[in-house]
Ligand binder design. Structure first.
Ligand code: ADP
Ligand code: ADP
Length: 228
């Protein structure tokens, strides 16, 4: 499903963000990416949805060879990947409904299909009743649920989440994790960077630890393993 072979990333400022990363992630896995700030976690994930390109090495995601991917094929790749951020990144001038619908509009979904599917995913995240609210009228947890609805609305094969619970209190974080667990159960591969030790230690999924741009630990039913 996702494979990296000896991937290196050096930013133009000289920062060596990744230094020889090789990894395989199978369909339907749930993978936590842990490690200190600045270790390379975000870069690792940005390479998967081609927000960044590697300095060296091979990356394939869901059958796409990213090294050979033409610029005009990037939207096709992104359709297969849903991305979730710590700061939600909803469009502030759009309602919850329209934030989700927007993701379908950009791939030119017929309007009739769109309405049904948007309400279906809003239901899945438990927020159908708040479809007409604007982001500022919702709590952080609700905004993240809308962001998750937006990420899954086009049925991506993979969800990439960069510290999705980083701005949320423990109880709200737990709800978000249950939702991601459900989405994974329904057949979506999930890769999630996190500093949330309690979540990693309670879910017992695969853990990749990145330090100094290298994978230093890869456990099948892993644990968080840091004091911070
Ligand atoms: P993490 O997500 O683990 O905090 P990052 O992937 O964000 O790590 O960063 C890894 C290294 O690359 C750090 O040294 C960081 O400063 C550097 N870095 C990240 N993004 C950029 C960028 N856009 N330009 C230059 N350096 C960057
Ligand atoms: P537009 O006016 O952009 O052509 P609609 O008539 O579908 O689109 O939607 C008008 C507004 O009503 C939108 O801003 C959207 O937030 C809200 N909306 C649309 N469909 C629903 C729905 N099924 N449930 C709740 N709100 C909806």
């Amino acid at each position: 499903m996702i494979e990296m072979q000896d991937v290196w990333k050096t930013y133009p400022n000289g920062a060596h963000a990744l230094q020889g990363v090789s990894v395989k992630i199978d369909r339907n896995e749930f993978v936590y990416v842990v490690g200190p700030s600045g270790a390379g976690k975000s870069t690792f994930m940005k390479l998967m949805y081609r927000e960044e390109t590697p300095t060296k090495g091979q990356i394939s995601v869901n059958g796409f060879n990213l090294g050979k991917l033409k610029q005009r094929k990037i939207p096709l790749l992104r359709r297969n990947i849903g991305v979730i951020f710590q700061d939600f990144r909803l469009l502030p001038k759009l309602t919850a409904y329209d934030n989700v619908a927007f993701a379908m509009e950009v791939i030119e979904t017929p309007r009739k299909l769109m309405k049904k599917r948007v309400m279906e995913v809003l239901d899945l995240v438990g927020l159908q009743s708040k479809a007409g609210r604007y982001p500022e009228q919702m709590s952080g947890g609700e905004q993240q649920r809308i962001a998750i609805a937006r990420a899954i609305v086009n049925n991506p094969a993979v969800i990439i989440a960069d510290e999705p619970t980083g701005n949320l209190d423990p109880e709200t974080s737990y709800g978000i994790m249950q939702l991601l667990d459900e989405i994974n159960f329904r057949g979506t591969t999930i890769i999630m960077a996190t500093h949330n030790r309690d979540i990693v230690n309670s879910m017992r999924r695969r853990v990749l630890a990145i330090e100094d741009g290298m994978i230093v630990r890869d456990q099948i039913r892993g644990e968080y393993g840091y004091e911070f």
